[in-house]
Design a protein around this ligand. Structure first.
Ligand code: C2E
Ligand code: CA
Ligand code: CA
Length: 371
């Protein structure tokens, strides 16, 4: 940066730079940031005699074409930065075409803000069944939006917009608090269910995540072991060192971590070995055609074995048929989750379902699993 440029720390390991390059440089949009990045990578920082190499991802937004106000420019630079991280390109200039911020989505952002203020979100809970004894000891919290006119909306309809609009943190906090309170209330009622909460990639990189989680547990008087955080493998890959740091802090306080959607991305199990992971959730895409495709079954079987050797428990998700459930049991899967057991349910409905499940569980295995 030049002396007349501005560099600020936005928080954590995020920095903002504002520069007003001469017009002739504006044509070559990427040269400035790229040379910044090169110099950052080339020169190790020496801290107490140790050379530390530092890497970064840079998102660029230009005024006036990408925005005229500071919040607008920052938000777009943020979007570009996440694209840079995802594509591992180092530097990315904001591209409205990939951002897909249509007018409809902008209207939705306003609605989402209101929804957060008005408590319009609800959590449904989907049971996970242990294949050994058919017990339900854990559930996954899945968010829905009780929209005032459009009815109950699934996360696919609003999470992407929420994520891009910078409101994800707020939702994550709400989900964590609500799920933890729910688990505490079930525990008080004599039903100690472990609740799993999905943590978005953006939230995983927040350095205050562990503190927030621990404060919420304390406030609700819930033992940490009754909370599990589900992190996708892509989230971990975005920033492996930071992810490992955050997850280790949580695990050392007793919070379990599960890797979500395993098999949908490109993480290797060997890499996960260095993370404090308790469970691996095998993605539906890997198992759904397993009964018809021997190769899929071979992969699931190998993943299950290796995961076990590494000390992870294995959860298969999106299990829709009894035949598949039986096959997964034979392969040594620890838990299954899916419509064959139950769809995600509102808390009261889940309580009813659980009572029913306990009764049916005392009947022969096949009958219980079939219903
Ligand atoms: P996920 O974490 O992989 O959650 C599993 C999804 O599969 C859920 O969709 C669930 O309803 C669905 N599912 C369950 N059983 C079956 C089955 O047998 N067959 C099929 N085809 N699907 C099944 P849902 O509730 O629509 O959630 C979609 C995604 O949205 C979740 O995928 C998760 O990535 C995200 N999500 C949901 N709640 C939250 C949240 O509170 N925070 C964050 N950050 N993400 C969330
Ligand atoms: Ca999940
Ligand atoms: Ca999943």
């Amino acid at each position: 940066m030049r002396p007349e440029d501005l560099v600020v720390r936005l928080g954590g390991d995020e920095f903002g730079c504002s520069a007003d390059p001469p017009a002739r440089h504006r044509q070559r949009r990427r040269t400035g940031p790229s040379s910044c990045l090169r110099r950052l990578r080339e020169a190790p920082f020496t801290v107490e005699g140790v050379d530390l190499s530092v890497d970064a991802s840079i998102g660029v937004a230009l005024a006036p074409e990408h925005g005229r106000t500071l919040p607008e420019l920052l938000q777009r630079a943020d979007v570009a930065m996440y694209q840079a991280k995802r594509s591992r390109r180092g530097t990315t200039v904001y591209d409205p075409a990939t951002d897909q911020h249509t007018v409809g989505q902008l209207a939705m952002v306003t609605e989402l803000r209101r929804a957060l203020d008005n408590d319009e979100f609800v959590l449904h809970y989907q049971p996970k069944v242990s294949l050994g004894n058919l017990q339900v000891t854990s559930v996954e919290a899945l968010v829905r939006w009780q929209h005032p006119t459009r009815g109950l909306l699934p996360p696919g309809e609003f999470l992407p917009v929420l994520e891009r609009s910078g409101l994800m943190q707020q939702l994550t906090r709400w989900v964590l608090r609500t799920a933890i309170q729910q688990a505490a209330s079930w525990r008080r009622a004599g039903m100690p269910l472990q609740v799993a909460v999905n943590i978005s990639p953006r939230s995983l990189l927040q350095e205050d995540l562990p503190a927030r989680v621990l404060a919420a547990l304390l406030a609700a008087e819930l033992p940490a072991s009754l909370l599990q955080l589900e992190i996708t493998e892509t989230a971990v890959m975005t920033n492996p060192e930071r992810a490992a740091f955050v997850l280790t802090q949580l695990q050392s306080r007793g919070v379990e971590v599960a890797i979500d959607d395993f098999g949908a991305g490109y993480t290797s199990l060997a890499f996960l070995r260095i993370l404090p992971v308790a469970a691996l959730k095998i993605d539906r895409s890997l198992i759904k055609d397993m009964l018809d495709h021997d190769e899929d079954e071979a992969v699931t079987s190998a993943v299950t074995d290796l995961a076990h050797r590494l000390g992870f428990s294995v959860i298969a998700e999106g299990v829709e048929t009894e035949a598949l459930l039986d096959r997964l049991a034979a392969l040594g899967c620890d838990q299954v989750q899916g419509y064959v057991i139950s769809a995600p349910l509102p808390p009261a409905a889940l309580e009813g379902w659980l009572a029913d499940w306990q009764t049916r569980r005392s009947t022969p295995v096949e009958t219980a699993a079939a219903s």
